[in-house]
Write a protein that binds this ligand. Structure first.
Ligand SMILES: Cc1ncc(COP(=O)(O)O)c(C=O)c1O
Length: 391
């Protein structure tokens, strides 16, 4: 399979990890040789319930037998998508009355950017250095890492960049700004948390100049940091919230939410403001609704901060300088990139799956399923420490 994978499937790096997957269940992935890997990555935060959770599988089977796809987004009322949007509205801040479902996080970012431009009749967008919001031209225009963009110019005009956590840059947000788009917790930058009321200051500046605040909750969303959404830690509510990854419980999804007054902009004059064939797909919406319900029913959100403590306690090693992040999005930081490179490779050999972060090369990503057990956490941390001891 590996030979055909390398031959026929387009690659995104010259040397992919190339594990040959046979199956996956709970916190473990199994390769075609029968070797098991404890998964500390969870599909890059996309599997809050681990792999193939039985309740999600059961719900999916039942939906597939009823119908899989009947019509493009927004024309027919289909119970799974309706129930999902209703549930999300219950969980979101008060002024978020409507949800638009998309195929991916990136598509939700695109829809949210368009909505902000249309609602404000302005074209300026402000994003943060070292941000990541997706890989299409619009999302790429907001991406704050120049090296990644240089092959694709020209990108969107009117985009400017501010330093995350630096309030002295906020004067770049002005009356021409349609929206400021930030990750609540910067992911690719190394799990950087907002500090010193930064998000409140951004929100205040947006209000002063009539710009909208969009928060990308694609990584912290759905319990990963101990609250349903990451921004709940910081005492603000954004105007538009972009969701994805964990929401789908392992299937592809994205969503953006706003007030009805804002979202109405997409439906008329001209109508079809954002259209998508598979957004709101009933099978995927079923996975999403079942996943959210299980996160709530099993109180996984509440357990996240205790699990963070277990990680921090078990990841004490002289080569780990600090551990950034919150809840179950944690990034041990090392002296140089050689250590994470060694660690990812060595841990895979020893049966633990870790991964890198996009721009912070001195870090490894730890973003396991939210329902990972204490025993599994200790097991993985022991493998990390034993591997570091070899250096
Ligand atoms: C913060 C953030 N925004 C947007 C995206 C894009 O989401 P997707 O890959 O589902 O399109 C990602 C994906 O890694 C992300 O981490």
């Amino acid at each position: 399979m590996l030979e055909d994978f390398l031959k026929y499937q387009a690659k995104t790096t010259p040397h992919p990890l190339g594990l040959e997957i046979a199956s996956a269940s709970g916190s473990f992935i199994f390769d075609t040789q029968g070797k098991s890997y404890l998964d500390f990555v969870a599909g890059v935060s996309a599997l809050p319930l681990g792999h193939s959770h039985p309740k999600v599988v059961r719900a999916l089977k039942s939906q597939i037998e009823k119908y899989m796809h009947v019509m493009v987004y927004g024309e027919f009322a289909q119970a799974p998508a309706v129930a999902l949007c209703k549930k999300l509205v219950e969980l979101l801040p008060e002024n978020h009355e409507v949800v638009y479902l998309t195929n991916s996080g990136t598509e939700a970012i695109e829809g949210a950017m368009k909505l902000a431009k249309r609602a404000t009749q302005r074209s300026g967008l402000v994003a943060a250095h070292n941000s990541y919001h997706g890989s299409t031209h619009g999302a790429l225009s907001l991406l704050g890492f120049e090296q990644q963009k240089k092959g694709y110019r020209p990108l969107l005009p009117g985009v400017s960049f501010i330093r995350f956590n630096d309030a002295s840059d906020l004067n770049q947000i002005d009356e021409t700004t349609a929206a400021v788009l930030l990750e609540t917790i910067q992911g690719g930058a190394g799990f950087i948390l907002p500090e010193n009321d930064y998000l409140k200051k951004v929100k205040k500046r947006c209000e002063q100049v009539g710009a909208l605040l969009l928060l990308d909750e694609i990584q912290p969303g759905f319990g990963r940091t101990g609250k349903m959404f990451g921004f709940e830690h910081y005492g603000i509510a954004p105007d538009i919230i972009v969701m994805g990854k964990a929401l789908g419980g392992g299937l592809p999804i994205g969503a953006f939410s706003a007030s009805k007054a804002l979202m109405n902009q997409l439906e008329d004059d001209p109508k079809l403001g954002h259209i998508t064939t598979f957004g709101g797909n009933p099978v995927i919406a079923t996975a999403a609704l079942t996943t959210i319900n299980e996160i709530i029913d099993q109180r996984l959100m509440e357990q996240t901060l205790d699990k963070e403590k277990i990680f921090r306690k078990n990841l004490q090693h002289h080569l780990i300088k600090t551990i950034r992040g919150k809840g179950l999005m944690l990034a041990p930081i090392f002296e140089n990139p050689e250590i994470p490179n060694f660690l990812v490779a060595r841990c895979i050999e020893k049966g633990l799956l870790l991964f890198w972060l996009l721009w912070e090369k001195n870090a490894i990503r730890i973003s396991p399923p939210l329902n990972i057990s204490e025993e599994e956490i200790v097991m993985g941390c022991t493998i990390i420490k034993e591997s570091l001891d070899e250096l």
